[in-house]
Ligand binder design. Sequence first.
Ligand SMILES: NC(=O)c1ccc[n+]([C@@H]2O[C@H](COP(=O)([O-])OP(=O)(O)OC[C@H]3O[C@@H](n4cnc5c(N)ncnc54)[C@H](OP(=O)(O)O)[C@@H]3O)[C@@H](O)[C@H]2O)c1
Length: 338
Amino acid sequence: MPRTSQVLLDNRPSAEAQASNFKMDTSDTAPLQPGQVLVRHHFLSLDPYMRGRMNDSKNYAAPQALGAVMIGGTAGEVVESQSPKFAPGDKVVGMGGWQQYSVVGADEPGALRKVDTRQVPLSYYLGAVGMPGVTAWYGLTQIIKPQTGQTVVVSAATGAVGSAFAALAKARGCRAVGIAGGPDKCRYAVAELGFDACVDYKLHPDAASLSAALQQACPSGVDGYFENVGGMVLDAMLPRMNDFGRIAVCGMIAGYEGRPTPISYPALILRSRLRVEGFIVSEHMDIWPTALKELAELVASGKLKPRESVADGLDSAVEAFLGLLKGRNFGKQIVKLV
Ligand SMILES: NC(=O)c1ccc[n+]([C@@H]2O[C@H](COP(=O)([O-])OP(=O)(O)OC[C@H]3O[C@@H](n4cnc5c(N)ncnc54)[C@H](OP(=O)(O)O)[C@@H]3O)[C@@H](O)[C@H]2O)c1
């Protein structure tokens, strides 16, 4: 059995996550037992939720154990199998963690899924046609539930989740507006992702200024807002919401490193009779097949053109992850392992 390089969580951050919170290690992969398969990971997914797992505090999921391999989605290939369900050469996605190989019980529900790479590249199953894409699908179709002609807005518009949003919203006849950091991301949002407009929040020193720019981009107000960021961006969005608007609270990355992100005027939720609902996509596995089917079709037809930030090798995973938490990624952040 091959040796595998791994990244472990060594200690918990006290404020911002640091490279010193992680430790590189190597170990032997365990010999296969009946029902198990050995997977070689080609790509590792880096996601903001991992920052929450590094803390030992109340969350929707248990903290990452110290000294254990960092949790993470992986896409790769079966190299050896003791299960009739998988054969060497099968392309698979799973939760193999920050390492080169994993041994997986093929009968564990949801542990390993075969994927078809004829029309969709393997790495996209960690992004547009994977968990982040399904997240965009869930918030838009199950919480915002837009009608044709309505205006919907997403923050972190060019990231893994946000970049699937425009194609899904356009398919439902909506005006789709993005919020992103910097002119390059905003240009790409309109030119490649299909947003009708994109507002660069970094041009605005405060929520009032950003809110005025959003008013220009959304002349009929906003019926649905997909929240990925929180803080100033949410403060700027609340006054733009139409009566009976819906806010799907997906993430609040502006506060993940411990900065407080207060809402200045929560009374706007009452005044506009808003519906605000948080969700965790892994608690809605029933909708994944429908969502993945639509997302794969959008990619195959060229209506969804995701972009990836690719870090090279497991040694670069920590730096890429810390960069993701600072917005240095442009598109889905992955690590290429093969
Ligand atoms: N609820 C769920 O089930 C679920 C599932 C998946 C993801 N999420 C959440 O969805 C959000 C987006 O995730 P993702 O994987 O698609 O990440 P991502 O958008 O690919 O990357 C994070 C992006 O957040 C933006 N950002 C805005 N304000 C920021 C700030 N103060 N600090 C750092 N970054 C900031 C950056 O883009 P700009 O340069 O444009 O600012 C950065 O590129 C995250 O909040 C994540 O936790 C939730």
